[in-house]
Write a new protein. Structure first.
Length: 182
């Protein structure tokens, strides 16, 4: 008997290996086991390891991910609403941890600045739970993509930094509750 989370790929897809961040190909007919679905991406296991499948490839495992739209209003000067940006960042997850990057305490800063062209750029400084985590670029790209959905944002840059070093005291109360730390 198969578990409802066992899926057979309907087409070839490129996936990100966890935790190395290396790109791999999974082929049509391969079986995957869905471990986690958060923020529109899927953490799956195959006979060769753990991988992240992006939302754009959800159909390959028989899933549908709703198109993400953000309906937040811009501010009077056309700038994006900072609350909407923070909401988008709360939709970004480390594929191994069921808590978003904001509640994990990984986002150190978020700044909005007008560009010379008249648009608005969002700059985010974030870290990871461990310096050796190869998923950093994938998580940063996910954050950037979600920020760019916010009305008024014309550009985004998500930079990974190691100063200050992350520690568990940076996790929000809500994050600690989800992780069973309190």
């Amino acid at each position: 008997m198969t578990d409802k989370r066992d899926r057979i790929l309907s087409r070839e897809i490129t996936v990100t290996q966890i935790p190395s961040g290396d790109k791999h190909t999974l082929f049509s007919g391969d079986t995957v086991f869905i471990h986690q679905v958060l923020g529109g991406s899927f953490t799956v296991q195959t006979s060769t390891g753990l991988f992240r499948i992006d939302a754009k490839d959800a159909d390959a495992i028989g899933e549908i991910v709703a198109v993400q739209t953000v309906t937040a209003a811009t501010l009077a000067d056309g700038a994006p609403d900072p609350a909407a940006i923070w909401d988008q960042l709360r939709k970004v997850f480390d594929p191994e941890i069921p808590v978003n990057i904001v509640d994990l305490g990984l986002v150190y800063s978020m700044d909005v600045a007008q560009t010379p062209e008249g648009g608005f750029q969002v700059d985010v400084a974030m870290t990871l739970t461990a310096p050796g985590c190869g998923m950093g670029p994938a998580i940063a790209e996910d954050a950037k993509g979600k920020i760019l959905l916010v009305p008024g944002v014309s550009a985004a840059d998500v930079r990974i930094t190691w100063e200050p070093a992350w520690n568990q005291s940076m996790i929000s109360e809500e994050g600690k509750m989800k992780l069973g730390l309190i």
